[in-house]
Design a protein around this ligand. Structure first.
Ligand code: FEO
Length: 394
């Protein structure tokens, strides 16, 4: 893909990565991703906002060559993570006059991660500005979206916000702007769940911080740009400030069918009581989808057999994930079957200290479920339905 002009003198010079399927050796990318870098020419100075993943460095360099960029005055690093900063050393080498602009904390991280020479930096404070002549860049410190050093860049005259990861989506697309809001909503929600939700309070603060800025375009560093920014700002406000909904998330795993039978019965029992249930078979599920489902669920119930005296490792992974991303659930329980004993409940409960949940009665049975066990599942479903009602979760 060629460089793309966004407005006169403002270009997309990033790279679309259609084929990447895993991020951080951890996060599934069903739809690829992009590393968005932006070139801004002012009447006197030129700035580059973020770079690209080092695997895509030649793409960025080619874009700059195609645009015949002879000089860059400022390379702005909104974030030190390598998918945006990884090509900075190459850009600094290509443009020896360029200064690297970032927060004081980001400076230390870029020195540590990329071994950038100290004399290349200009550090900027919150709300500080740099003039490009006829264009003014303002830096908005935004710590913990999603690392401690992050900032947003705001181009005042053009009313464009460059928020790096904030509002981004792992989505490879040939379109510069969002064209399919449904598709982008899902990709951005997945991104929020995996990357931003652990820092929900900071996300709230930073949403408040930008709320009075006039913004015509949001140009994130992953996924398409937003020319109707209210779409993604509203979605973020819903995710970050919203109350949980009348939803139960049920990640489960079954070895010989007993836990699976319990899950099938329990899902029906909840559905009969008007509770939405999303079940995930952990042997095949996309963990990104599981994470996304936890953004607005009120309850998590983990279904697991007991194996080697504890929960199945698949269930351990699900509990670890929910705890790590600090899902905003309010209630939790565990259901499952065992053969002769074990400490499944104790071990799983010990794994979720970040979840500020009320632990509801668990249903742990011996062998295949019998009538009394189904009764216990009915009771748990009833308790959940009542709790959701009492809290006003709809
Ligand atoms: Fe897209 Fe936190 O890097």
């Amino acid at each position: 893909m060629k460089p793309r002009e966004i407005k006169r003198g403002i270009y997309f010079v990033g790279a679309v990565d259609w084929d990447r399927r895993l991020f951080d050796s951890l996060i599934p990318l069903p739809d690829g991703t992009s590393y968005n870098s932006y070139l801004i020419k002012g009447s006197e100075k030129t700035a580059l906002i973020d770079t690209v993943d080092p695997t895509m460095e030649p793409v960025l360099v080619n874009h700059l060559d195609e645009l015949k960029v002879k000089n860059i005055d400022y390379v702005i690093a909104n974030h030190a993570e390598q998918d945006h900063s990884g090509s900075i050393p190459r850009v600094l080498e290509k443009y020896p006059e360029a200064k690297l602009v970032c927060t004081p904390r980001c400076k230390g991280m870029l020195i540590d991660l990329l071994l950038v020479a100290e004399d290349r930096f200009i550090t900027v404070e919150d709300k500080e500005t740099i003039s490009l002549g006829n264009r003014t860049i303002e830096f908005i410190h935004a710590p913990w979206v999603h690392w401690p050093e992050t900032m947003l860049t705001y181009l005042r005259e053009d009313k464009i916000l460059f928020p790096c990861d904030f509002f981004g989506s792992h989505l490879a697309t040939s379109n510069l702007y969002v064209t399919d809001e449904g598709q982008v909503y899902e990709a951005a929600k997945r991104y929020y769940a995996e990357i931003m939700m652990p820092f929900r309070t900071n996300i709230q603060k930073n949403l408040e911080k930008i709320k009075d800025y006039p913004i015509d375009i949001i140009a994130p560093s992953h996924g398409p740009m937003y020319d109707k920014p209210e779409f993604i700002i509203k979605a973020y406000r819903d995710w970050a400030f919203g109350e949980p909904k009348n939803i139960v998330i049920l990640p489960y795993i079954s070895m010989h069918g007993s836990t699976r039978r319990m899950v099938a019965y329990f899902v029906e029992a909840l559905a009969q009581r008007g509770v939405t249930v999303k079940q995930f078979d952990l042997t095949v599920t996309d963990l990104g989808k599981l994470a996304m489902s936890l953004v607005d669920a009120a309850t998590i119930v983990i279904g697991t057999p007991t194996v080697l005296a504890g929960p199945h490792p698949g269930a351990v992974y699900a509990a670890y994930l929910a705890n790590a991303i600090r899902a905003n659930v309010k209630f939790a329980s565990i259901i499952g079957s065992y053969g002769w004993g074990g400490k499944t409940v104790e071990q799983l409960v010990a794994m979720i200290p970040n979840l500020k949940v009320e632990l509801l009665p668990t249903v742990i049975i011996k062998g295949y479920p019998r009538e009394a066990d189904f009764g216990a599942l009915d009771n748990l479903a009833e308790t959940i339905a009542q709790k959701h009602k009492e809290q006003g979760f709809v």
